[in-house]
Design a protein around this ligand. Structure first.
Ligand code: ATP
Ligand code: MG
Length: 479
């Protein structure tokens, strides 16, 4: 259950928001003024505050300032009327999580609130990394007892105790995000915010502005000034996920922030200073990207000071029974039912499989088997065919088909893209994404159009048309 505190002096608004969030998953409390809101916070302990900027008595901005002082991790979303973007910018500088323009678009309101609840959980749910044994608290932790995971735990402890930049690497689904959050939870900055930015999910031309903000008019579509994540997260921790997907100009800016704590907003020339701890993660081999000159060598060394490499699941098979047990208990807890058991043959089969999608794939497989199982025991027949090999053919994992991982990831990506597109009404989402895909395919294949077209699943002629249409000028290596 997530707790939302609404602070607004207008009764109508309180009433309509109460109706919008009338759900068993959300507990809502209301306050009719800033003063009342400040009093309610220590009692109600909300995960999120939704507050009007313009109120009689204490203003929204003043209330925000006080909340930030007493409770820097509490997320606050402000509601402003059109024409008060300046206030919205002030609010972001003060560390508001986001703002909404009135009158609201209800789906958008719901989406922003859902995102904020997720961010609040990331900050709040402590990820423990002590080898999780028979602990009762089976909810939140990194499970693993294997040698390689013990080394990971040791490193988490060491890096959490310092303020150093950490680089977490490993295949998809190995638990990089979990490790990043564990570092945060055990660091000195735990009382300050944690914000995650997925660099791969944000179109290239927008990432820099997401991170560093922009000045009004700095590019088409920049209709107002914007405060970036680094500014918003001062004194806190930023998690830069999929850092291997950053363009060279953004890499340069990141390097500068890491070295001197300074940056400028896009299109601005006032140097801003922040104190932010960076944790980065990627599933791409950064060394190879450095060799191919796609990733700055100096940034790589700057990030690589503390490196936590999470081994793929197939290299720590002795963790599999533990993880299976953990996911079953987690499911039982979610569904408020006693956990199902697993046949020994099932565990053996799971231990043998090569898990291209790692722990995420294992979790999905257990979830699916749990649904399939007709009794309270999971049997071999309940496992997906790619694991049991029941499909008959020798199994060759197609990239992106790891369990549900592939399509789920694409759905998640599309969702994120849409969030972006909504904020920037001028962005044409399909052409923007298409253009990026073409550029990436050409990069991947060293401008080999035949291979690039194949990667993209289009014909060479179509690829050429796209290159022309999007004005992508690269050294075309016609083969
Ligand atoms: N050691 C572990 N113990 C318990 N759960 C784990 C562990 N490793 C991963 N998970 C779970 O598996 C899922 C994937 O983990 P996470 O998102 O951290 O992976 P990732 O390495 O960031 O993947 P990607 O590269 O695809 O972003 C999550 O639901 C996470 O909770
Ligand atoms: Mg991840």
């Amino acid at each position: 259950m997530s707790k939302l505190l609404l602070i607004d002096d207008e009764e109508d608004i309180r009433y309509s928001i109460q109706r919008i969030f009338d759900s068993p998953d959300i507990e809502l409390a209301t306050a009719a003024s800033g003063e009342e809101g400040l009093k309610a916070i220590p009692k109600f302990k909300p995960d999120l505050v939704l507050m009007d900027v313009r109120m009689t008595g204490m203003t929204g901005l003043e209330t925000l300032r006080r909340i930030r002082q007493s409770d820097p991790k509490l997320l606050v979303i402000l509601m402003t009327a059109y024409g008060t973007t300046q206030t919205a910018i002030e609010a972001m500088k003060l560390g508001a999580y986001d703002y909404l323009l009135k009158p609201f678009d209800i789906p958008k309101l719901k989406e922003i609130i859902a995102n904020a609840f997720k961010a609040a959980r990331d900050m709040k749910q402590v990820v423990s990394y002590e080898p999780l044994l028979e602990s009762e608290d089976y909810d939140l932790g990194i499970v693993g007892r294997s040698e390689p995971m013990q080394r990971v735990f040791k490193l988490i402890g060491q890096v959490a105790a310092s303020d150093a930049t950490a680089l977490v690497t490993g295949e998809s689904g190995t638990g990089k995000e979990l490790v990043a959050r564990a570092i945060y939870h055990h660091s000195d900055r735990v009382a300050q915010p944690f914000l995650a930015v997925n660099c791969a999910a944000i179109p290239e031309q927008l990432l820099e502005s997401e991170l560093f903000g922009h000045e009004r008019g700095s590019f088409t579509g920049a209709t107002a000034q914007r405060i970036g994540k680094f500014e918003q997260c001062n004194h806190g921790t930023i998690f830069l996920d999929e850092i291997g997907d950053m363009t060279p100009p953004t890499q340069t800016k990141i390097l500068r922030v890491l070295q001197s704590g300074t940056f400028e907003r896009v299109g601005g020339n006032e140097p801003l200073h922040v104190d932010v701890r960076v944790i980065a993660a990627t599933n791409k081999p950064l060394e190879a990207a450095v060799a191919a000159r796609q990733f700055r060598e100096d940034l790589f060394y700057r990030l690589n000071v503390v490196r936590i490499q999470i081994p793929p699941l197939r290299d720590r098979r002795d963790d599999i029974p533990l993880l299976v047990n953990y996911f079953l208990k987690k499911l039982a807890h979610e569904q408020q039912r006693p956990p199902k058991s697993v046949a020994a043959s099932v565990v053996k089969m799971l231990e043998k499989y090569h898990w291209p999608g790692n722990v995420r794939e294992l979790e999905n497989a257990i979830r699916r088997a749990h649904v399939m199982a007709k009794s309270d025991a999971i049997l071999l027949a309940d496992l997906p065919p790619e694991i049991t090999g029941a499909s008959g053919s020798t199994f060759v994992p197609a990239p992106g088909s790891a369990g549900d991982g592939g399509t789920q990831d694409i759905t998640a990506l599309a969702r994120q893209l849409f969030q972006w597109a909504k904020r920037d009404p001028k962005l044409k989402i399909i052409p923007a994404v298409e253009r990026e895909l073409v550029i990436q395919a050409l990069k991947e294949t060293n401008d080999n159009q035949v291979h690039a077209a194949k990667l993209l699943g289009i014909t060479r002629a179509t690829l050429r048309k796209r290159i022309e249409k999007f004005g992508i000028q690269r050294e075309l290596n016609v083969k």
